[in-house]
Ligand binder design. Structure first.
Ligand code: TK8
Length: 362
């Protein structure tokens, strides 16, 4: 059953009209959104006229993030492989809306591509919740194997019932905690912290179980909420924390690595079905190839940026394995509840796939 909300239909139509009417376009070269002056031709977002198809691709993170680098790679591959017959326009920093709004726009076919985290996707296909189970994946290599294998494919297939096509898994990364109050070293340090979470019930319940006061919020509202003290903290991968400038409004970072967050490269099913078979293969292969590039760039950024956070004045706390396993024990009842909700047989298969992947990457 399509979970499209009437209120959203109205707002998305407005967004769709604005975007189609030549709303703010991202400058894919130097990253500033162009407003007023027509720089569309310089930033590659102009429609070159001869294109039979135009893809409007929107993401929530800014143009410095590996997610946008990956999107530009996708654009280059598709435009080259189709000799420009498919034209890709890229929009970053939530210019087309937040994750949930952009997924609804794909359902309405008023936008063609977005690349959300799996957490908000659980509001459309609840089985995606499993990928947000705390401490499910021990490392990126195991995550790649499970996501790019039969389990990952099975979940992508479920998206078609929601008018979306999942073309590839990209990487958001291991999520870490930041806050403005005090260092977080153990589970009890979560007590009383008001934390923004993604719009995902599992994340909400898990942080509540840890003693925090979680509040769900779209990513686009997060920086202001931290700046105004509406929330004490948030959790995101290191690359996002640094490249979105969270160090300007947060003082403490803890490498909790509590969830490995995948991105999913999504396309409107109506648009995908409108493409000739040859072009369907091109966009799918491009999403996979650009995803491999994006994972590499993301891992490089996450390795290099820890020192930069410290240089920007954040206090870095390394969380011990003992503290992590205490956190895992505390949230286990929440995991068990959601396993019941989405199907314990399926969840058991996912954990078996993780174990098999662990053995094969050792
Ligand atoms: C960006 C979001 C972000 C996610 C979050 O659109 O909401 O915290 O981690 O990457 O998808």
């Amino acid at each position: 059953m399509k979970k499209v909300f009437l209120a959203s239909i109205f707002s998305l139509t407005l967004i769709g009209l604005t975007a189609c009417g030549g709303g703010e376009e991202a400058d894919s070269e130097n990253g500033s959104a162009s407003e007023g002056e027509d720089t569309a031709s310089e930033n590659g977002n102009d429609s070159n006229g001869e294109a039979s198809y135009t893809i409007e691709a929107g993401i929530g993170l800014n143009n410095e993030h590996p997610q946008y680098e990956g999107l530009l790679e996708f654009k280059d591959i598709v435009e080259e492989e189709t000799d420009g017959d498919i034209h890709v326009e890229t929009y970053h920093s939530g210019q087309l809306g937040d994750d949930r709004e952009m997924m609804e726009a794909l359902q309405l076919n008023t936008q063609e591509v977005t690349i959300p985290s799996t957490a908000p996707m659980a509001n459309f296909v609840e089985e995606f919740t499993v990928f947000d189970f705390p401490f499910l994946f021990p490392n990126e290599q195991v995550a790649d194997k499970v996501l790019d294998g039969e389990i990952g494919d099975r979940l992508l297939d479920k998206l078609e019932e929601e008018e979306m096509v999942g073309l590839a898994y990209w990487e958001n990364g291991f999520r870490d905690l930041t806050n403005s109050q005090h260092p977080v070293e153990t589970a009890e340090d979560f007590n009383g912290l008001t934390l923004r979470t993604m719009e995902n019930d599992l994340h909400l319940d898990a942080f509540e179980e840890l003693g925090a006061n979680p509040t769900p919020m779209a990513f686009g509202e997060l920086f202001t909420a931290m700046q105004q003290g509406t929330v004490d903290g948030q959790e995101n991968p290191l690359a996002t924390i640094y490249l979105e400038g969270f160090y300007e409004v947060q003082d403490y970072y803890s490498d909790t690595h509590h969830v490995y967050s995948p991105f999913v490269f999504l396309m409107s099913k109506q648009f995908y079905d409108s493409l000739p078979d040859e072009y369907q293969t091109i966009v799918k292969d491009a999403a996979v190839e650009a995803g491999e590039f994006q994972r590499e760039q993301n891992r490089k950024a996450n390795e290099e940026l820890l020192g930069s956070l410290e240089e920007e004045g954040m206090e870095i706390t390394e969380v011990s394995d003992e503290a992590r396993s205490e956190m895992a024990d505390i949230v286990q009842p929440v995991i068990d509840q959601y396993a019941e909700d989405i199907g314990t047989d399926f969840v058991d298969e996912v954990y078996e796939a993780v174990e098999e992947a662990e053995e094969s990457v050792e």
